[in-house]
Design a protein. Sequence first.
Length: 276
Amino acid sequence: MDSQTNSPDPSRTPLVSRKTVLRAALAAGAAVPLAMTSAPALARTFAETGTPVEVTPACDDGDDPTPSQIEGPYFKPNSPQRTSLLEAGTPGTRLTLTGYVFGLACRPISGALMDFWQADTNGAYDNTGFRFRGHQYTASNGTFTLTTIVPGLYPGRTRHLHVKVQAPGRPVLTTQLYFPNEPRNNTDSIYDPRLLMAVRDGGGGREASFDFVLDVPQDPGGDPSDPPTGGTWAVGTAYGTGATVTYGGRTYRCLQGHTAQPGWEPPNAPALWQLA
């Protein structure tokens, strides 16, 4: 994850990573220079203390995707689709997590499934319902936002978030995200410093960021906004429940209304489309 700090030494200039430039270009809606797609980028450069830290992860055109971690005992499938896990009267410190999902060539992945789950402020998981559980999909520029609370502690673990990330039609990455400067980071046997989020106070709570790099081959010169071909399905089209399209010579029926995005092609989005 990208972070930087003001160094007391004016001769020391914080590293500017390729991913930082990519993030800025994507946020501004600008085209990404082709020359930027062939050199390594650091997902994080400097910690809040100003000291160099291990990259998390390095996006270098083929190596070092985001590390996986164990799922743990509390995952539940079929979580509701939502970007906010907050409910009325939810206690805890508000946390907003933002970031990008990239492939191996540091190009954003749209329509990536992200399933989050975590403990409440008391360190307890809801194993009967879906409190603090939810899934969402990355936007067309690969971004995501999760609104939740800072999870509580429970015996044996440091503070963490669970997440599964899956690019359309690709294997699932299961991992965990961690908070910096937590005392239990040093005693948690699962903790991995490469999975540290960049966290700061703000917005009436805490703000965090983390960029995922998935083990997904990409053409560095390709345009992730180029729509696929092969039928009547089209990016940008608003489809209602029951609508039918053709894609790759097959007919699909829409299961829930949505506006088509790259990566949400019928074969890759079974939650949205069903063979007719």
